[in-house]
Design a protein around this ligand. Structure first.
Ligand SMILES: CCC/C=C/C(=O)SCCNC(=O)CCNC(=O)[C@H](O)C(C)(C)COP(=O)([O-])OP(=O)([O-])OC[C@H]1O[C@@H](n2cnc3c(N)ncnc32)[C@H](O)[C@@H]1OP(=O)([O-])[O-]
Length: 718
């Protein structure tokens, strides 16, 4: 709703009231319409101020109302009536003015903001466009290039930038509503002719066509297959080329194509999923709202390889003082040079300053005696990690939290090496650790609720999306990835090429296909793990070369590594590069010959494989593992898995994440395809649909937000 009162004798003050962000729900819109009518009809009122309660102007349209039957007054005429008013209307912006909230402000004649407010049109991130006149008013106010940037990226700008761009008329450090009321009194009776943005023309530009062509290329490259950014460019083009009324018609048309699209559903689901992962829980009953995190002021990182350096930077950027430990002198020296320059680059990007002396370096573990939390990031080797944990357990204060950055090893086993296993958790970062948003927080059997809560909170402080997951080989993300990679290898054996597989996945929306990605991260990483697990044995011949522990196995990755083909770093992998460290992947005839010979040697007759099979084999098997993970309670809900995949593995956000994608495709179809592939490949047991997936289908395939009930019911019967 909206509260209306008269203040300072002649100012009608309208306060939006819909906690927590004053979203424009039907009742808020009705409240605004009624209040505006009252203010304009009251002769004592000479000007109007619109603000939001609790220090937030407005977070935009109420996303929860999307997809439901719309009720209440629509936004467009509401904003039109405000702009058409014959009394000055001033927006008093505090906190956020986003989406419909900023569009409402653009309908006002003046905009005054607190210096700490954030403004933006983030509709594109929800699969929509600013269809309450935002695409038509913003370019008229700040020019086409700046509006294109804001509308197609959805980025939030500070009040200072908004002032510079011309979105705001004034920025204040004081009480914004008081300042706006005073301002409203000062403009009483002034002409509003030059204040109605819809009457402006866009500033003329010399080469409009190339500007829009470039913008289109940029958005298509940034989010492969996403339709909203394309529609945003088209809508801004309408603003630049058509009169306002026709531009509004175009905005409406474009919005109609987006509003009920699968992409909009996926992105809106993901908006809430991101927030749901913060409300974590573990099977032992620890929860986000009952577990108290411990304060962490000083942290340590053990091991300054690529991951350790990134983690050091992330901790320092979060304002912690950091002890960075590396026992190899050469590696330590390199890290001492690399970390400050990474910090400097980060500071330039983020517009912040970080004191380089917040990091101290040491060659001995003894230096961590007084820290609150340690993150171990040594080489992925259990014996080495065991030793580090034993040492830490002796050196550190008894209440220091001991975390491991292992990407797949057993957190419970590491905890058992310490005197306080309840203070051990996994903090699985993704490379580069100071850039990638995802953090898997892995709780062990004995991890205390406070330990989990502390790691989750620290992740948030570092700007990460922290997802709590249980302890198993590969945790959630890498465990699912393993299935995806294996299927990609099998497809090569059966007749596909890396190019075909990658093309299918990139057209689906991944920034890189599986083989390109594997070349980038290095084929030797997985090889080392497979060797440690006793899997990578290329001396085996005949049928046993392609079977391990009774299941199908592809030695293709191992064979490539034996040829010294580790990917980009060696200039050869699944593709060839112009030099070691080269970035541009080119098709490699050697690889194709190698695949032909390999198939001939194993009597494999290549067949034609289409894109659909690539997607189904690679993605459905990954999804199936996701269901297995949910069933085992390793992840608490589908949102956790989806956040992991979008933030850590490049799953296209406009497809919502793997579990949402399964819901979109239809669970019955996923089961049917998996069964079919399992029949064709009976020696791949994980192609069999998981128990949970089958049960969901047996329960009538409920929508994704109801899956937790099915999981809960099952667990309560155990
Ligand atoms: C014709 C159409 C044209 C217009 C289209 C639009 O405007 S599209 C909209 C364009 N606008 C946007 O895209 C802005 C989206 N919002 C944001 O970016 C941020 O919420 C924020 C910056 C406003 C506040 O950040 P923060 O870290 O302080 O807080 P937080 O993020 O944790 O949220 C707190 C709670 O509020 C909830 N909630 C939030 N917004 C909405 C909403 N619009 N609706 C409903 N709910 C909303 C949120 O789910 C959470 O609920 P929970 O989990 O507690 O049950």
């Amino acid at each position: 709703m909206a509260q209306y009162r008269r203040v300072s004798g002649s100012v009608g003050l309208i306060t939006l009231q819909n906690p927590p962000v004053n979203a424009l729900s039907a009742s808020v819109r009705q409240g605004i319409v009624d209040s505006v009518k009252r203010a304009l009809g009251d002769q004592k009122v000479k000007s109007v101020v619109i603000c939001g309660q609790n220090g937030v102007f407005c977070g935009g349209a109420d996303i929860r109302e999307f997809g439901r039957q719309m009720s209440g007054p629509p936004l467009v005429p509401m904003i039109h009536d405000i702009e058409a008013a014959n009394k000055p209307v001033v927006a008093a912006i505090e906190g956020s003015a986003l989406g419909g909230g900023l569009e409402l402000a653009l309908g006002c004649h003046y905009r005054i903001s607190h210096s700490k407010a954030k403004l933006g049109l983030p509709e594109v991130t929800l699969g929509l466009l600013p269809a309450a006149g935002g695409t038509q008013r913003l370019p008229r106010l700040i020019g086409v290039p700046a509006a294109l940037n804001l509308i197609t990226t959805g980025r939030h700008v500070t009040a200072a930038e908004a002032l510079q761009l011309g979105i705001l008329d004034h920025v204040t450090e004081h009480n914004t509503v008081d300042v706006a009321v005073k301002f409203a009194l000062s403009v009483t009776g002034e002409s509003l002719d030059g204040r109605r943005i819809s009457s402006f023309s866009c500033a003329p530009l010399s080469d409009l066509d190339s500007l829009f062509e470039e913008a289109m290329l940029k958005v298509r490259g940034a989010a492969r297959g996403a339709i909203a950014p394309v529609a945003c460019v088209q809508a801004v083009r309408a603003a630049a080329t058509l009169p306002y009324a026709q531009g509004m018609e175009r905005e409406k048309e474009l919005m109609a194509t987006l509003f009920h699209s699968g992409q909009a559903r996926a992105l809106q689901y993901f908006f809430f999923a991101q927030r749901a992962v913060g409300r974590w829980s573990t099977p032992s009953g620890a929860r986000w709202d009952t577990s108290q995190p411990r304060p962490v002021r000083k942290a340590a990182v053990i091991g300054l390889g690529t991951m350790g350096r990134g983690i050091t930077v992330a901790l320092a950027q979060a304002g912690l003082s950091v002890v960075a430990v590396e026992t190899h002198a050469k590696q330590l020296m390199e890290a001492k040079k690399a970390v400050p320059s990474m910090l400097k680059r980060g500071a330039v990007r983020g517009g912040t300053t970080i004191e380089p002396d917040s990091i101290t370096y040491s060659e001995t573990v003894q230096a961590v005696a007084d820290v609150d939390l340690v993150i171990e990031a040594v080489f992925e080797d259990m014996a080495l990690k065991e030793k580090v944990f034993q040492q830490l357990s002796i050196v550190c204060k008894p209440d220091t939290l001991l975390c491991t950055n292992t990407s797949s090893l057993d957190v419970d086993h590491l905890a058992s090496q310490t005197r306080h296993p309840e203070l051990v958790v996994g903090m699985h970062f993704f490379a580069p650790a100071h850039v990638m948003k995802l953090l898997e927080v892995v709780y062990g059997r004995r991890s205390s609720p406070a330990a989990v809560a502390t790691a989750m909170q620290l992740g948030k402080k570092m700007g990460k999306v922290s997802v709590a997951v249980g302890n198993c080989r590969g945790f959630a993300g890498n465990r699912m990835l393993k299935r995806y990679l294996e299927q990609a290898f099998f497809l090569l054996e059966e007749g596909a090429t890396p190019e075909l597989v990658d093309r299918a996945l990139e057209e689906f929306g991944f920034p890189m296909g599986v083989f390109r990605m594997s070349d980038l991260s290095g084929l030797d990483v997985g090889w080392r793990v497979r060797k440690a697990d006793g899997l990578a044995d290329t001396s085996l011949t005949g049928t046993s070369a392609r079977v391990r522990q009774g299941c199908r196995y592809s030695p293709l990755g191992d064979l490539l590594c034996e040829h010294g083909r580790f990917g980009q770093k060696t200039g050869r992998g699944w593709y060839q590069y112009d030099k070691p460290g080269g970035r541009v992947a080119k098709s490699d005839p050697w690889l194709h010959n190698f695949l032909d010979e390999y198939r001939a040697r194993h009597g494999l007759v290549p067949r034609c494989i289409d894109q659909q099979e690539v997607l189904e084999r690679c993605l459905f098997v990954l999804i199936n593992e996701g269901f297995q993970i949910l069933e085992e309670g390793i992840a608490a809900g589908p949102e956790d898995i989806d956040a992991i995949y979008v933030f850590g593995y490049g799953w296209p956000r406009h497809r919502g994440g793997p579990m949402f994608y399964a819901d979109m495709v239809g669970l019955e179809r996923v089961v049917e395809r998996l069964e079919r592939y399992h029949q064709a490949h009976p020696n791949v047991p994980y192609l069999q649909p998981s128990g949970l997936l089958r049960r969901l289908v047996a329960n009538g395939s409920p929508p994704i937000h109801k899956w937790r009930n099915v999981i809960k019911n099952r667990n309560s019967q155990l």
